[in-house]
Design a protein around this ligand. Structure first.
Ligand code: GRF
Length: 213
C-alpha cells in the first residue's frame, strides 16, 4: 500500500478526481490546505479523509511555512506528495526533501506557459493546442520531468473560461492516471525524460483526446 498526501489551495477538483479513482494499493492519508477556506477540505472530510490546514498567513516567512508544512506531511510518512491546485511557491529545501516523490499538475503544455494565467496566455499566443502537464516537482517552478500531458484544441471562439473548462476535464483524467502509474512503480526517470513501463495507452505517457466537435 502506498500512502499519498494531497496538497490543495481551493476547489480541489483534481484531488476529488484522484480520490474518486479509488486507485488500488493507494491510500490517501491526508489532504492538507494552506487556506482554511479551501472548498476541497469539505469533500475530503465527507470522504472520511483526514483534512488539515497549515495556514500560510500564520507564518513569518516562507521557510517557517515550509517547515510547518513538511512536519504536517511527514507525520503521515507518505510515499507520494500530490500538489493539486496548491498555489504556494515552495522553497528549494522543501522541494529537495520530496524529490522524486512529489508531483504537480499544471494547466498548460509545458514548457509553454509556466506560472499563472495559462489559458489567457494560450489564447493571446494563438496556439492551436493547449492542455495540461503532470510533472515531478523540481526547484525551478513548473519545470520538472514530464510524466503525462493532455492536449485540447483551441477554438477560435474559446474564452479563458471555456478553455479552462476543457483543460480541467482532461486534468481529471490524466492526474489519477499519473498517480496510478507512480503507485504501480511504473515511472522511470532519466534526467528530464520519464518513461512508463508497460503503458497500455497507444502512446506511452501521453493522452491526446479528440478535439471538441
Ligand atoms: C487546476 O487547473 C490545476 O492545473 C492548477 O490549478 C487548478 C486547480 O483546480 N494547478 P482544482 O483545485 O484541482 O479544482
Amino acid at each position: 500500500m502506498k500512502k499519498l498526501v494531497i496538497l490543495i489551495s481551493g476547489r480541489g477538483s483534481n484531488m476529488e478526481a484522484i480520490v474518486r479513482a479509488s486507485i488500488p494499493d493507494a491510500m490517501i492519508a491526508a489532504v492538507i490546505a494552506n487556506k482554511p477556506t479551501a472548498a476541497g477540505l469539505d469533500f475530503a472530510r465527507a470522504q472520511g479523509i483526514e483534512a488539515q490546514v497549515v495556514d500560510h498567513t500564520g507564518y513569518a516567512n516562507r521557510d517557517a511555512f515550509d517547515e510547518a508544512l513538511a512536519a504536517a506531511i511527514d507525520r503521515h510518512e507518505p510515499d507520494l506528495v500530490v500538489l493539486a491546485g496548491f498555489m504556494r511557491v515552495l522553497g528549494d529545501d522543501f522541494v529537495r526533501r520530496y524529490e522524486g516523490r512529489m508531483i504537480n499538475i499544471h494547466p498548460s503544455l509545458l514548457p509553454s506557459f509556466p506560472g499563472l494565467h495559462t489559458h489567457r496566455k494560450a489564447i493571446e499566443a494563438g496556439v492551436r493546442l493547449h492542455g495540461a502537464t503532470v510533472h515531478f516537482v523540481t526547484p525551478t517552478l513548473d519545470c520538472g520531468p514530464i510524466i503525462a500531458q493532455t492536449a485540447v484544441a483551441v477554438s477560435a471562439d474559446d474564452s479563458e473560461a471555456s478553455l479552462a473548462e476543457k483543460v480541467l476535464a482532461q486534468e481529471h483524467i490524466i492526474y489519477p492516471q499519473a498517480v496510478r502509474w507512480f503507485v504501480e512503480g511504473r515511472l522511470r526517470v532519466d534526467g528530464n525524460r520519464v518513461t512508463v513501463t508497460d503503458a497500455r495507452l497507444p502512446c506511452e505517457g501521453w493522452i491526446v483526446p479528440l478535439p471538441d466537435a
